[in-house]
Design a binder for this molecule. Structure first.
Ligand SMILES: *Cc1c(COP(=O)(O)O)cnc(C)c1O
Length: 394
């Protein structure tokens, strides 16, 4: 035991020494455009709360009501005695919203991605995955017996080469897996090109749309809607734009969802979502389906924020997504900048290895619909000052 703990201590020391240590700040208010931390109110630019629904009164009301009439917990997996009318209502509503036959709920999208591949693909099949896919897709693919192929991020020549390879290796079914939005960069997957390649090589297309559902594309139905293309299977989360609580889902053809309900291990062997969360999910979908004003506010904020940071001299990654990364390249510099910003009343987080490659450290800012113009201008002034104080800008 003591040798084991010594080894762990050594690793912890290494993580600190490399400037890669992550700390957690304790928030004492609801999640929102401003949050209270250590007794101070700060502008929050690092939540996935794209539509500002995380503290929305309608969601709180719906979840309170569900606790009153459906109770607190299910104390069961879905197939034993954990399925309420609310669960099926949300699954049907999500499927209709996303344009698929049916959907299936999980405790989180991490579980949905962990559940997806193993029952659907076996030995003799192939899965081709973008190199920057979310950790949960990588783990989900590891759990299945299909042969694994990887293509360089959004590199269509490489994707085609991997499709050819999979076909040459005699794969029976081939599935391409990609994030709809790569969350460290805010870049969209090249879905029209991926769809065309999938069709040419008779492959299925799976998209994880966690950072798009609710706000990208018409009615916020996500990156497939944004590009006007069809995907075969889509996964997503209730933990970001759709209220920010917890919960994930897979939507797709009826047969796929039926098989997952029979065979997906995180579904069969893990508890049903609580009614309050499910009811709030239904309410979030109602707001999102009528949410053109929220989406307009979100994208106006993104344009204003991007323009302000550019004018101040920061190095941004290009794009239109409300994820707006400010590139610092160096991990300690990203940490110093985030710390200075916090002193100035702006809550952001430095991102560095292992969540982004070494030498690609950044502060990832995220817009949401609830931020006011005043919040943004206050935050822009803080960025300019912190940038000068840390030597990031001249
Ligand atoms: C956030 C995220 C997940 C995990 O979702 P949870 O519901 O929080 O488990 C999975 N995939 C992507 C692309 C994500 O951004």
């Amino acid at each position: 035991m003591s040798a084991f703990l010594d080894d762990i201590q050594t690793r912890l020391t290494e993580i600190r020494a490399e400037g890669l240590w992550k700390t957690e700040r304790e928030i004492t208010s609801p999640q929102g455009r401003r949050v209270k931390v250590a007794g101070r109110e700060v502008i929050n630019l690092c939540a996935n709360n794209y539509l500002g629904l995380a503290d929305h009164p309608a969601l709180i009301r719906a979840s309170n009501q569900a606790m009153a009439d459906h109770g607190f917990g299910m104390a069961s997996v879905r197939f034993i005695c954990g399925t309420q009318d609310l669960h099926r209502a949300l699954e049907e509503r999500l499927a209709a919203y996303l344009g698929h036959d049916d959907s299936i709920l999980f405790a989180a999208c991490f579980d949905a991605n962990g559940a997806l591949f193993e029952p659907l693909l076996g030995e003799g099949d192939a899965v081709i995955s973008d190199a920057l896919n979310h950790a949960s897709i990588i783990d989900g693919i590891r759990l299945c017996k299909a042969r694994r192929y990887r293509f360089a991020n959004s590199d269509m020549d490489d994707l085609e080469a991997q499709l050819k390879l999979a076909r040459a290796d005699g794969a029976r079914h081939v599935m391409i897996a990609t994030d709809g939005v790569f969350s460290m960069d805010g870049f969209l997957a090249k879905l029209p090109e991926i769809r065309a390649l999938a069709d040419r090589y008779d492959a299925l297309l799976m998209v994880d749309d966690c950072h798009a559902t609710g706000f990208m594309g018409p009615k916020g139905a996500g990156t497939p809607a944004h590009f006007g293309i069809r995907v075969d299977v889509i996964t997503g989360t209730l933990g970001k734009a759709l209220g920010g609580a917890i919960g994930g889902y897979i939507a797709g053809p009826q047969a796929v969802i039926d098989l997952l309900r029979q065979r997906a291990r995180p579904y069969l062997f893990s508890n049903a979502l609580p009614p309050a969360v499910v009811a709030a999910g239904l309410e979030a979908l109602r707001l999102v389906e009528q949410g053109d004003d929220l989406r307009a506010a979100l994208f106006e904020n993104a344009i204003h924020w991007r323009a302000g940071l550019t004018e101040a001299g920061f190095d941004l990654l290009p794009g239109e997504h409300p994820i707006i990364p400010v590139m610092l390249y160096d991990a300690p510099k990203a940490q110093a900048m985030a710390a200075r910003l916090f002193e100035l009343g702006v809550y952001v987080s430095g991102f560095f290895f292992p969540v982004v490659p070494k030498g690609r450290a950044r502060i990832r800012t995220q817009m949401n619909a609830a931020l006011t113009r005043d919040d943004l201008d206050t935050a822009l002034a803080a960025f300019a000052r912190a940038g000068r104080d840390t030597g990031v800008i001249g």
